[in-house]
Design a protein around this ligand. Structure first.
Ligand code: CP
Length: 333
């Protein structure tokens, strides 16, 4: 049995096949791959795109989705093994995952970090506990990576450039300001999938404190060694944007300040000029711009950029539906 926890667990050939199937679903919506099958979608955090596209995707393939929000409309869950459950949790993931596995054919999990201790959050305990105890495939709907966003992003780029071969494209993953420290998931994901597809990737961030966890920096370096392309780090927007073909924006909290965000705030506040605007986009080689959404306009990117022909964020969001159908169809076989 195969889970879909990270694109790094899947071969390039597997990912290419999923993207081909997603492109086919984009051309022709309906299918029967999930006829008589079902998926439980567990949301520990809010969502608009992921929830809507997974529910609709299951429906369009003849299946059924059950949405659960543990701690809200379902019992709060314990994840520690061997613990005395005298806190808020009413049941253990060992029972939840096994019971759901008797009902459904797939389980999707969204569980963001708790933002207190990165040494714990980086273990991604919630989804790994589901994967360990479930007897059906588990799908990552965003934890400390966001693999569905990765596939949607690559499909959008391939269709924008009219080729599946993205090698030679200069790709800028830029940190942007946000009033709150955000999850590193999409940044981790963008770094790993852009290098996986052989692009020349620049990670643009305020300073070295905003580098991503070594696990993802190492994945990126390994991807470059295996797939070609390159990885560089920049703290200079003018230099990083020059000649770019792709600008992908995301805000994230600096890992060395994890859990003591008041100390990080002055650094974040001092880099509000990392906003994606027309002046920076004018430095590029006609770059395409995207973001996973949700996005705060005129904080992360200006109205002018969001409303420009260069912005493919809506296309990428649409692709979530198609790639998730491809993943559900593949895992439910
Ligand atoms: N990009 C994304 O996952 O959107 P939601 O948080 O709305 O699901």
């Amino acid at each position: 049995m195969r889970h879909f926890l990270s694109t790094q667990d899947w071969s390039r050939a597997d990912l290419d096949a999923l993207l081909a199937q997603a492109a086919a679903f984009k051309r022709s919506k309906a299918g029967t791959q999930l006829a008589g099958k079902s998926i439980a979608l567990l949301f520990f955090n809010p969502s608009m795109r992921t929830r809507t596209s997974f529910e609709l995707g299951a429906f369009q393939l003849g299946g059924h989705a059950v949405v659960l929000q543990p701690g809200k409309d379902a019992w709060p869950i314990e994840f520690e093994l061997g613990t005395v459950m005298d806190g808020e949790a009413e049941e253990h993931v060992a029972e939840v995952a096994r019971v759901l596995s008797r009902y459904v054919d797939l389980i999707g999990v969204r569980a963001f970090p708790k933002f207190q201790d990165w040494s714990i959050d980086r273990e991604d305990r919630v989804i790994h506990a589901f994967a360990r105890h479930a007897t059906v495939p588990v799908i990552n709907m965003e934890t400390i990576t966001h693999p569905m966003q990765e596939l949607a992003h690559i499909l959008a780029l391939q269709q924008h450039f009219g080729t599946n071969d993205l090698r030679g494209k200069k790709y800028v993953l830029t940190w942007t300001y946000h009033p709150k420290p955000l999850n590193t998931a999409v940044a981790n994901s963008a770094l790993q999938i852009a290098t996986r597809y052989g692009m020349d990737v620049t990670l643009l961030c305020p300073n070295r404190d905003y580098l991503l966890d070594p696990r993802y920096m190492d994945f990126a370096a390994r991807n470059v060694a295996e797939n070609g392309g390159s990885l560089s780090i920049s703290h200079d927007p003018q230099q990083a944007y020059r000649g770019a073909h792709v600008v992908y924006a995301k805000s994230w909290g600096a890992l060395p300040y994890f859990g003591r965000w008041a100390d990080e705030k002055p650094i974040r506040d001092a880099h509000q000029h990392f906003i994606v605007d027309e002046a920076k986009m004018a430095l590029t080689d006609g770059a395409v711009f995207s973001h996973c959404l949700p996005l705060r306009r005129n904080i992360k990117a200006t109205d002018a950029v969001m409303d420009s022909a260069a912005c493919i964020a809506i296309e990428e969001a649409e692709n979530r539906l198609h790639v998730q159908k491809a993943v559900m169809a593949a895992l439910a076989q």
